[in-house]
Structures are given as structure tokens and as C-alpha cells.
Design a binder for this molecule. Sequence first.
Ligand code: NAD
Length: 346
Amino acid sequence: MGGKQVTSPHYSATADSLVGEAVRVGVLGFGGLGQAAARVLTPKHEMILVAAADQKGYAYEATGLNPDSCISTYRSQGSLGYLEPTGTLSNQSIQDLIGQAAVDGYFLALPNLPNTFMASVVKQFIQAGWQGVLVDALKRTSAVEQLLTLKDQLSAAGITYMTGCGATPGLLTAAAALAAQSYAEIHSVKITFGVGIANWEAYRATIREDIAHLPGYDVERARAMSDAEIEDLLDQTNGILSLENMEHADDVMLELAGICSRDRVTVGGVVDTRNPKKPLSTNVQVTGRTFEGKISTHTFTLGDETSMAANVCGPAFGYLKAGVSLHQRGIYGLFTAAEVMPHFVK
Ligand code: NAD
């Protein structure tokens, strides 16, 4: 079967007044973020989790998956493919799911290893003739730039693609775009994140991709590292990764949104892989000059109690809802978190 025909729920003109059935959501990648995404959706009535996939299998249930069963099966058996009765083992789980599941929008919680992986997944959606909304939480500038080259193909395919819709890029980039409005000229956007997780195994791809930003490392080197090598590295740093001047797509997204040139955007942070407490408060500082000639800085700081998972998955679904609203109006193509406001999912 070559993709699904869209039978999307019905919306009134205002995106917030959902009058039809819930948006049917799929989550691709069921690691740290994918599992958190399933839990984020549990209390929502505007969205329903119907599909999820990992590297070895997938589960699809048109009336809704039970997130707890999905998580416990994945953790105990290593794949959603073992979920009874809706799981299927597969080495091409994404392709199989695209072909048979009726899904309005997917959150792509996949590792971007190699750095071209997400773009290759997007091409699979296009080739399958699938139509709907896709949302990613990509991090690297070069990864988002690959998607930019697919913009026209996404438009022609009838896909509304929201990129860079996690925390950074994502929530903080959008906050920067909003803060910029006070100024006549933007001098700098400085994003500093603090992440605390109890153990690195809960977010393997996130940690591998962060290691790729350390001096002397790149994506291929980090990808090739064994788990034991990652543990050795983390032992040497007492579990802390300090990251500076990262290649983060907040820069290209703010440039595309017309806020400032990319060289004015810097991203860095500290990740503690052995302690769920944040090593520092995540914030974005936007410095600029007002029309009166005053130089000032707006600072937006995330609450320390909010986890990385909350700050990635919440925005991702907010942008998915915004994407559904665009899709309903026949607006397809590629959008970033800095040019569209996320909607709030109830
Ligand atoms: P993870 O390593 O915990 O889980 C990855 C999941 O993807 C696993 O379930 C794995 O089985 C699945 N997978 C891998 N290859 C697959 C394939 N070919 N087909 C289907 N499934 C496949 O990953 P994570 O730590 O949750 O991170 C996911 C992504 O989110 C990473 O790319 C990370 O950089 C990104 N991220 C973004 C932000 C942000 O703020 N923008 C923050 C954190 C993480």
C-alpha cells in the first residue's frame, strides 16, 4: 500500500477550536524522547497516540495505543514489535508503518546519526506519497539545511513539515524571535542550556550527538563509539559534558525568520549525565538596540524543575498542532519553530 489518504479531523477556522475527532499521532523513535512523548500525550484529548516505531519494530492501533504497555514492552523486550496484539517486528519499521497506518502527524524522535538520517526518513515519506504533518527536534544547522533543500518537494507532496521544534532549537528559538520584537536591531542571541539526566542510557542519541560537539569529535566519530567508550569518556569528565559554540540550528532558523544573521547566535550548555538536577538554568538572552538607541537584554529562563523531555515534547506537539492547522488550510512545505507559533494541545 503506497501511503494513506488523508482523512483528517475537521477544524473550524480558528485552530484552537477543534471540533472533530482527535489528531492521530505517531511517534518515530521510542527511546528517551519517544517514550516521554507517549506519556505527554496521555492526558490530552485533542491528540491520540496511534502508532510508534523503534529500530526493530512498530505498534499500530487505530483506536489508540496504551503508552504504559508500549513503554514496559520496549523496556523489557527491546522493541515495540513485541507488543501484544498490535506489535510487529520489522527491520524497516518506518517504511512499514507509513504504508499501513492512518496517522495525521508524526513526531520524529529519531537519532540523527548519521547527520543525513532525518533527511533520508523525510524522503521516505515523500516517496511513499504520504500526506500530513511531520515534526522534528533536530539540532544541527547542517541537518536543518538538508531539510531546507527538500522544501519544494515537501510542498508538492502535501506535507507540512515543522523543523527544529524541540527545546533548543525550538522553544528557546521561538522565545528569541518573540523577544526580538522590542528591538530595532538584534546584536546577539545567546542560548545556554542546562540538562540533568539520571543516566546517559535513557537518552543515548542525545548524549552521542552532544559528544559530537566536543573539541576533537564529530558526528561520525561519536556515532562509531561503543557504549563502553562513551562510558569511559563520561568517567573522565565525572559525567559532565560542557559544550561551547555548538553547531545548532537556532542560528539558521533565526536568520531565515529575519531576526538576525546567524553569526550573532551562540549556543552552549552543560549536560550532567549522572544527576537529574539541572547543572544550570536554561536560558536565552536576546540583546539589541531599541528605536530610542538604548541597548538592553531580554532574558527568558526555563524553570529548573522542567526536564529536557518536558521542554522538547511539549513544544513538539504544540508545533504539530500548529502544523495540522496549516495543513487543514492547504499550506504545505517547510516551517521552522521561529516562524510559526506553537498551539497549545489540550
Ligand atoms: P534514543 O537513543 O533514546 O532513542 C532513539 C530511538 O530511535 C530508539 O527507540 C531507536 O530504536 C529508534 N531508532 C533508531 N534508528 C531507527 C530506525 N532506523 N527506525 C526506527 N527507529 C529507530 O534517542 P533520544 O535521546 O530520545 O534522542 C532522539 C533525538 O532527539 C536525537 O536526535 C536528539 O539529538 C534529539 N533531541 C533534540 C533536542 C532539542 O531540544 N531539539 C533535545 C534532546 C534531544
